[in-house]
Design a protein. Structure first.
Ligand code: AP5
Length: 215
C-alpha cells in the first residue's frame, strides 16, 4: 500500500505517519526529514538547502524528486510507503506518478488532513523534538511523560525547528496555499483524494485514517 499524507505545515502528517509505520509496517518517506539530514551532514547541498528551508520557501523540485526516487526504488519500499511532505507541487506529483509506474507500484490513497490556520500556528509554535532521536512533542498537546526526558530514547536535549519561528510559519502557509494546494484537483479528478478532519485528538485522527485505509 502506498499513500500520501497531504496537508499544510503542522497538520499532523509526521505524527500520523509515525503511527502508520508502527501499525502497518510501512516506510515513512519524509522529504523534510531527508533535507534536514542533508543539512546536518554539512555538505555543500546541505548548506544551500538550509538557507531555503529557513526562509520558508520550497527546495527545488529536482532535488526532492531525486531523493524520493532513490528511496522508492529500494527494497525497503517494497511493502509500501507513506509519503509525508511530498509531493508539494504539480511537477512533483507528475514525477511521482512516473516513478511509481517505472517501479511497478501504484498510489492507493491520498489523504488530506484539514486543520484551520490558528491551530496550525499554535501547533508549530509549541512543537519541539529530541535532539538525539528526533521524536516530536508539543508543549501542551503531546507532553513528555517525565519532565525533561525523551519518552522514546531517554535523551535530555531538545530543539525547536528554526522554520517554526512565527514569521517563517506565515511564509510556509503562504507557500502551501500558492504551490501545494493546486495539487488537490490533480488527485481529486482521479477520485483518490479523501479529506479528514485533522482538528481532533491524535487518536481520533488516526482512526479516521484507518477508516480510509480499510476502505
Ligand atoms: P516538512 O518537514 O515537510 O514540514 P511541513 O510539511 O511544513 O510539515 P511539518 O513537519 O511542519 O508538520 P506536520 O504536518 O508533519 O505536523 P507534525 O506531525 O509535526 O518541510 C520543511 C521544509 O522542507 C519546507 O518548508 C521546505 O523548505 C522543505 N521541503 C520539504 N519537502 C519538500 C518538498 N517536497 N519540496 C520542496 N521543499 C520541501 O505536528 C505538528 C505539531 O502538532 C507537533 O508538535 C505535534 O505533536 C502536534 N500535533 C500533531 N497532531 C495533532 C493533533 N491532532 N492535535 C494537536 N496537536 C497535534
Amino acid at each position: 500500500m502506498n499513500l500520501i499524507l497531504l496537508g499544510p505545515p503542522g497538520a499532523g502528517k509526521g505524527t500520523q505517519a509515525q503511527r502508520l509505520v508502527q501499525s502497518h509496517g510501512l516506510v515513512q518517506l519524509s522529504t523534510g526529514d531527508m533535507l534536514r539530514a542533508e543539512v546536518r551532514s554539512g555538505s555543500a547541498l546541505g548548506r544551500r538547502v538550509k538557507e531555503v528551508m529557513e526562509s520558508g520557501a520550497l527546495v527545488s523540485d529536482d532535488i526532492v524528486i531525486q531523493a524520493i526516487e532513490a528511496r522508492i526504488a529500494g527494497p525497503e519500499a517494497a511493502n509500501g510507503v507513506i509519503l509525508d511532505g511530498f509531493p508539494r507541487t504539480v511537477p512533483q506529483a507528475q514525477a511521482l506518478d512516473a516513478m511509481l509506474q517505472r517501479h511497478g507500484r501504484k498510489l492507493d490513497h491520498v489523504i488530506l488532513m484539514e486543520v484551520d490556520e490558528p491551530a496550525l500556528v499554535d501547533r508549530l509554535a509549541g512543537r519541539f523534538s529530541c535532539r538525539n532521536c528526533g521524536a516530536a512533542y508539543h508543549e501542551r498537546n503531546h507532553r513528555l511523560q517525565k519532565e525533561g526526558v525523551c519518552d522514546n530514547c531517554g535523551g535530555t536535549d531538545f530543539v525547536h525547528r528554526p522554520d517554526d519561528r512565527p514569521e517563517t510559519v506565515t511564509k510556509r502557509l503562504e507557500v502551501y496555499r500558492r504551490d501545494t494546494a493546486p495539487i488537490l484537483p490533480y488527485y481529486r479528478d482521479r477520485g483518490i483524494l479523501r479529506s479528514i478532519n485533522g482538528m481532533g485528538e491524535m487518536d481520533d485522527v488516526a482512526q479516521a485514517i484507518e477508516g480510509i485505509l480499510r476502505g
